[in-house]
Design a protein around this ligand. Structure first.
Ligand code: PT1
Length: 275
C-alpha cells in the first residue's frame, strides 16, 4: 500500500511514524513569535532525526475543551513552519479544520491535510480535492469544545466505520483519488474510555475499508484514566496502545515520543518478519 502525498509517496509496507509538532503558545511557551517558530522548527528536525516519516504541524489544539483560534492566528503559526520544513525529507502534514489554512498550507508546499473534521467545513472539500495532497479523515462526535459531554454510542465501532465510509464516498465523489485517502477512528474525539478501548480492540475491522489507517493516542486522557499517570508520564502506556494498534493493522501512528516509538516498531517488525 502506498499513499500519494503531493509530489511525495509514503510506502506503507511497514508501519510509519507521524511526529507531532504543535505550534501553540502553550507548547513552545516563552519568547515571541520568532522564538516559537525557531523552537518548533528545531523540534521538527529532532523528530525527523529520531525517525519520523511525517511531521504533523498543528496551530489549533483539538484537545477536549481547547480554545478556538482565529484564521489569521492559525495561518501565522503554521504557514512559516511549512515553508521552513518543506524539502526536509519528511512528509509535511498540516492539522487543521479551516479551509483557509488548508489552502495556504497547500500553496506553501504541504503534502498532507489532517482534518479532525473530515473536510466537513464549508469549502474544505473543494479546496483539497483539486490539489494532489493526501487527506486524513477522522471520526469525531461533537466539537472539541463539547465532545466529551455527549459521548454515547450504540456500537461505537459500527458508528465510526459507517461515518468513515461516508466520508470516503464524499471525498471520492469530489475527485480525491483513492490513493490520497487515509482514515482515522479518532481516539479521544467524543469517546469515553470504554469506547476508545472497544475501537482499539476491534481496530482490525477498519482494515475492511481498505484504506490506510492512522491512529493517535499519544498522551491522551484514555491512557491517564487507565494508569493514573499525568500527561508527561504516559509514554509507556502510549507505546503499549500503539503497538496493539499496529498489530491490528494500523499503518501510521501519530505520536509525540518518536524515538521510543521507532525502537518499539523496530522490535515489532523483527518479530513480524520472522518465519
Ligand atoms: C488524532 C489526533 C489528531 N489527535 C489525527 N489527528 C489530536 N489524525 C490532534 C485527550 O483525551 O488522534 N488523529 N490531531 C489531539 N486530540 C486529542 C483528543 C488530544 C483527546 C487529547 C485528548 O486527552
Amino acid at each position: 500500500m502506498q499513499v500519494t502525498c503531493g509530489d511525495m509517496r509514503l510506502d506503507l509496507s511497514r508501519p510509519r511514524i507521524m511526529g507531532i509538532v504543535n505550534v501553540t503558545p502553550d507548547s513552545f511557551s516563552d519568547g515571541g513569535e520568532h522564538d516559537t517558530l525557531a523552537a518548533a522548527a528545531d523540534h521538527a528536525r529532532k523528530l525527523i532525526a529520531e525517525g519520523a516519516d511525517i511531521i504533523d504541524i498543528g496551530g489549533e489544539s483539538t484537545r477536549p475543551m481547547a480554545e478556538t483560534v482565529s484564521v489569521a492566528e492559525e495561518l501565522e503559526r503554521v504557514i512559516p513552519l511549512v515553508e521552513i520544513l518543506r524539502g526536509c525529507g519528511a512528509i509535511i502534514s498540516v492539522d487543521t479544520r479551516k479551509p483557509e489554512v488548508m489552502h495556504a498550507a497547500i500553496q506553501a508546499g504541504a503534502h498532507m491535510i489532517n482534518d479532525v473534521q473530515a473536510l466537513q467545513a464549508e469549502g474544505a472539500l473543494s479546496i483539497v480535492a483539486p490539489a494532489g495532497v493526501a487527506v486524513c479523515v477522522l471520526h469525531m462526535q461533537g466539537e472539541p469544545q463539547n465532545m466529551q459531554r455527549q459521548a454515547n454510542y450504540n456500537d461505537v465501532t459500527e458508528t465510526v466505520y459507517e461515518f468513515l465510509q461516508q466520508r470516503i464516498d464524499a471525498l471520492l465523489a469530489a475527485g480525491v483519488a483513492r490513493e490520497r485517502i487515509i482514515i482515522d477512528p479518532g481516539f479521544g474525539f467524543g469517546k469515553q474510555l470504554q469506547h476508545n478501548l472497544q475501537l482499539l480492540k476491534h481496530l482490525a475491522v477498519f482494515t475492511g475499508l481498505n484504506y490506510p489507517i492512522l491512529v493517535g493516542m499519544s498522551r491522551k486522557s484514555m491512557l491517564g484514566a487507565l494508569t493514573g499517570r499525568a500527561v508527561g508520564e504516559r509514554e509507556a502506556a502510549g507505546l503499549a496502545a500503539h503497538l496493539y494498534a499496529v498489530n491490528q493493522g494500523a499503518n501510521i501512528i501519530r505520536v509525540h515520543d518518536v524515538a521510543a516509538c521507532r525502537d518499539a516498531l523496530t522490535v515489532w517488525q523483527a518479530i513480524k518478519g520472522t518465519q
